[in-house]
Design a protein around this ligand. Structure first.
Ligand SMILES: Cc1cc2nc3c(=O)[nH]c(=O)nc-3n(C[C@H](O)[C@H](O)[C@H](O)COP(=O)(O)OP(=O)(O)OC[C@H]3O[C@@H](n4cnc5c(N)ncnc54)[C@H](O)[C@@H]3O)c2cc1C
Length: 447
């Protein structure tokens, strides 16, 4: 494993995909290796339906690993892609689990009687309750905003429903007992259940406990333009952490990390300065609107660093193009400051869009960075004031074409903005023949 993990990001990504497929399919193969009776005895469709059930169950157990913020996995893909995978694969798992009884009902119509909840045996009741928990999980996740479920409440509910669905699914499989009747097969699925349980304990108890031992204190809260605030944290009794510029951390403020009330923010300060870590936060909702009132000395906890949105992954590139919209400037502020400190002499182009001139955060700091870096800045205003001679409107293909280098593949392109702007910029870069592997995006709206 050590040798694989020192290979290229693609090799590492392929390694983790193989691990995923292995973990999903091996338990099934082991179960099928020595079936209690020949396949012909129950017929192909029944066996196929059971196989779907087991694969779906293994996929559900693995969802706990996907969302446990395991650094090595996260460092190969980035949280965006992992959560995207988590969402899509959960829909596949649910389909497998729903098709599993559907095949049985069609193939053996008498099994429909198992849906009669008061009369049905416990193994069937577990299946029905587990499926309902799963359906509730999917509905509350896909339509969370439409159902007006606040993020924090949703997160707790999501965890509870996930544990319930997996626990009931396993209880159903053990209750049916057909494949799990052999002792060591029960041990195998017991191990899967224990691993999922351990991940839950790790995320909810071990990790918060480790964070509790490394507190930070709020050193300052500084007002910025665009209704934003820079929160500066100083490690208290430990050395803090260094990070790759562009990465982010989960912040817990003024409550114990066991509360799981944490929010992700990109660091906006230099990656090499571990004794004062800064985050620049736009007031948008319940948590972010309170930042300006946080008194110095308040206790904070950080879980991080995370993320692959960093220039450090491309040490051999000839230069960088950064495209920021509004608060999306924060990771670039960290990258540019760090590059200036390192004396990086590669060309940097920053295209920075905002509503109005007075909304653009870090204007002066960016101007000052021009003296230390090969840095070209293009400000783009959606609502330019009178006399503005710079770029205005949207960052589209035409604007990008005016600034990005002719040899598109010679740069790495990073985009952090609103979802709409990111889509438009990505499409523009594709039209301009920028290689897709050179385009990197950070979404601030994970869920
Ligand atoms: C990788 C990453 C980096 C980010 N960096 C910055 C940054 O540098 N500066 C900045 O101002 N914002 C940043 N954000 C966005 C920031 O996390 C949200 O604006 C903030 O969590 C909103 O919380 P709220 O309670 O104020 O708003 P709400 O109105 O409660 O939430 C608005 C939306 O933010 C998201 N959100 C809310 N709470 C959480 C949470 N605990 N975890 C994850 N998402 C949540 C949900 O999509 C929600 O619908 C970043 C987000 C991500 C994913």
């Amino acid at each position: 494993m050590k040798t694989i993990l020192t290979h290229s990001p693609i090799a590492i990504a392929i390694f983790w995909i193989s691990v995923y497929l292995g973990l999903t399919l091996v338990p099934l193969l082991v179960l099928l290796l020595y079936p209690p009776m020949s396949i012909e005895a129950r017929g192909f469709w029944v066996e196929f339906s059971v196989a779907l059930g087991f694969v779906g169950l293994a996929m559900m157990a693995l969802q706990f690993a996907l969302t446990a913020r395991i650094n090595r996995v996260e460092a190969s893909y980035g949280i965006d892609i992992i959560l995207q995978f988590h969402r899509y694969i959960s829909i596949v798992a649910v389909l497998f689990i729903l098709v599993h009884p559907a095949i049985l009902f069609i193939n053996q119509p008498e099994t429909v009687a198992l849906l009669n909840f008061p009369e049905a045996p416990w193994r069937a009741r577990f299946a029905v309750m587990g499926t309902l928990a799963l359906v509730a999980l999917i509905i509350t996740s896909i339509w969370r905003t439409r159902l007006k479920i606040p993020y924090e409440a949703w997160r707790t509910l999501h965890g509870l429903l996930a544990v319930l669905a997996l626990g009931l699914g396993l209880a159903h499989a053990i209750g049916v007992g057909y494949y799990l009747s052999l002792f060591w097969k029960t041990v195998l699925w017991g191990a899967i259940a224990l691993a999922a349980l351990w991940l839950l304990v790790y995320v909810r108890l071990v990790k918060p406990w480790m964070m509790l031992k490394k507190p930070y204190l709020v050193e300052a809260v500084e007002s910025q333009r665009g209704d934003s605030w820079t929160l500066a944290l100083r490690p208290h009794g430990h050395n803090g952490f260094t990070f790759q510029p562009g990465q982010f951390a989960w912040i817990t403020l003024d409550v114990s990390p066991f509360h799981m009330r944490e929010h992700p923010f990109s660091m906006s300060s230099s990656g090499s300065q571990s004794d004062r870590i800064e985050f620049t936060i736009k007031a948008l909702g319940d948590f972010t609107r309170e930042i300006k009132h946080v008194p110095p000395g308040t206790r904070a906890y950080l879980d991080g660093p995370y993320g692959v949105f960093t220039s450090d992954r491309y040490p051999d590139t000839a230069g960088f193009v950064f495209i920021a919209g509004g608060i999306g400037i924060t990771p670039f502020m960290s990258i540019l400051t760090t590059h200036a400190e390192r004396g990086d002499d590669r060309p940097h182009l920053l295209i920075y869009a905002g509503d109005r001139w007075n909304d653009l955060i870090f204007r002066e700091e960016l101007e000052a960075l021009r003296d230390k870096l090969d840095l070209q800045i293009v400000f783009v205003l959606r609502h330019p004031h009178e006399g503005w001679t710079g770029e205005s409107g949207y960052v589209d293909k035409a604007l990008l074409e005016r600034y990005i280098p002719h040899y598109r593949g010679s740069r790495q392109y990073f985009i952090c903005a609103s979802p709409r702007m990111m889509d438009a910029v990505e499409a523009g870069l594709h039209h301009l023949q920028v290689p897709p592997t050179h385009i990197h995006m950070e979404h601030f709206n994970l869920v």
